[in-house]
Design a binder for this molecule. Structure first.
Ligand SMILES: Nc1ncnc2c1ncn2[C@@H]1O[C@H](COP(=O)(O)OP(=O)(O)OP(=O)(O)O)[C@@H](O)[C@H]1O
Ligand SMILES: [Mg+2]
Length: 257
């Protein structure tokens, strides 16, 4: 059965699109799963940019305007991930009704193992329309008070909507003393921390290279966390790669430089 999972956050810019990009690619490339991802952040769409997929003629906007079917808006990336982009053109917002998203997604169910929805930040109409189309969500946050406070607020909204939060993905973790710890995040949110993704400039480098970091630098600590998160979702075992002495040395060196 297809699991439709929303990737949500209270605060913006915490890494939802990065998580959708890399979790989906990890599942497709390492776990051989059928994956469709959809950019439901129609007012500030970025998902297609993470894959360098700009030229597909049809988008979610066309689907929401009933101009094409949802299948026609799918772009198949070389990793095997199927992407439904949102238009990059703001004029394509005219005449769309985001609240029919759930109805449209029903047509996707069946073929895939997972459908991930990349949502708008916060809990406005755009984000809620995507969230209620899901049974489950992953909540992305950075380890600081404002972002985690938004997770606590968001939990209440999810409860009211009857959507199950699977847990928290902590992103941009530096390990500095001023950051909230895993334990504090668990205590404050009453949710498990499912992954702890380090702050890594390689993620920004991979965005510029239009290649998910799990492909761009498969053995990086951030990639390993994405593979572990994918393993959690499938229940299948993932063995992290063993690094050679040279690889360990060059990673420590690149952190220092
Ligand atoms: N672990 C990380 N280390 C370093 N940079 C990161 C990390 N995760 C994300 N980023 C960078 O942070 C920026 C915001 O990430 P992203 O677009 O994924 O956030 P978002 O939650 O989807 O934002 P929005 O709320 O606007 O949709 C991007 O430039 C991305 O490359
Ligand atoms: Mg985003």
């Amino acid at each position: 059965m297809t699991r439709v999972i929303g990737i949500v956050s209270g605060k913006g810019g915490v890494g939802k699109t990065t998580v959708v990009t890399n979790l989906s690619t990890a599942l497709a490339t390492k776990f051989n799963k059928g994956i469709t991802i959809m950019d439901c952040n129609v007012t500030a769409s970025h998902l297609s940019m993470h894959f360098g997929a700009y030229l597909h003629p049809f988008t979610l906007n066309h689907v929401l305007k009933n101009e094409v079917s949802i299948e026609e808006a799918i772009f198949v990336h070389s990793t095997g991930v199927k992407i439904i982009p949102a238009s990059l053109n703001l004029s394509d917002l005219v005449g769309i009704d985001i609240s029919i998203l759930g109805e449209k997604i029903k047509n996707l169910m069946g073929g895939d193992d997972f459908v991930f929805l990349d949502t708008a930040p916060g809990f406005g109409k755009e984000a809620i329309s995507a969230t209620i189309a899901c049974k489950e969500v992953l909540i992305v946050t950075t380890p600081n008070i404002p972002a985690v406070t938004d997770v606590i607020r968001g939990r209440k909204v999810l409860e009211e909507l009857g959507v199950e939060p699977l847990g928290v993905v902590l992103n941009k973790v530096t390990g500095k003393k001023f950051e909230l710890t895993n334990r504090e995040v668990i205590q404050l949110t009453d949710l498990p921390v499912l992954a702890k993704i380090p702050f890594d400039l390689k993620i920004q480098e991979s965005l510029a290279a239009k290649t998910p970091i799990v492909v761009h630098d498969e053995k990086s600590p951030a990639s390993i966390e994405f593979f572990k998160l994918a393993s959690f979702l499938t229940g299948e075992i993932y063995e992290p790669p063993k690094l050679s002495f040279f690889e360990k040395f060059s990673r420590i060196f690149s952190k220092l430089s």
